[in-house]
Design a protein around this ligand. Sequence first.
Ligand SMILES: [Zn+2]
Ligand SMILES: [Zn+2]
Length: 264
Amino acid sequence: MFKIGSLFSGSSGNSFYISNSRGIILIDIGRSAKQIENSLKANDLNPSDVHSIFITHEHLDHVSGLRVFIKKYSPKIYGSLGTINELLSKNIINQCDNYHEINVNFGIDLEDIFVKSFRISHDCAEGFGYTIEFKNSKIAFCSDLGYISENVFNAILGSNIVFLESNHSIDMLKNGSYPVFLKERILSHKGHLSNGACAGILPDLFRRGTTRFVLCHLSSENNTPEIAYQTSLKSLQNHGLIENKDFEIRVAPKESMGKFKILI
Ligand SMILES: [Zn+2]
Ligand SMILES: [Zn+2]
């Protein structure tokens, strides 16, 4: 049995896990090592079973626990060449750590799990999203992107479950207190995906087989879980689809403490 869950999600830290009898994979580790340990334990998972960490990009809300966690548990670290170089130059990892650069055209075969990366457009060195394939299932993790390119869409289509960024309400952002340069950065093609952009792609993903959507990386300033959820819900309902019959939408909480898991 595979267990998939969200430990943390949002601008204050991101980390997801996939676990089975062979161990645990993390996607990002954007809280302190202690918080990650506690959250894993709240999910009845043992931090020492983490054998691989896939990093999407070098921003702190995705890597802040990495340095301390790998000192203690020595898992393999995977990321793009650009991300690995950033982590090295910031001394988050060093030459003797067990890190591996992923070429975007090749997947990583972890025996019963196959991980593939795809490029995302974001203001970082070389950001990746990931798809995880096992048994007959495919799960996509796709956040921190300014827009959904054709390349991103092709990478995630056919996934049973898609974790997709629903970062902000454009109205809340535009009328909010962020400085203009930050608003422009978030709204740019190298920024973050709005609720509307996220919701707009869901019917297309549904048509290609996705029935479970997890909205993630919500801004705590410029969004609420209810607004993000309603925007995506309406988009699917407008296509005649029925919640909990045709599809399911969940919002990854800021801190799940063991309360967000999906069993496959
Ligand atoms: Zn980022
Ligand atoms: Zn982020």
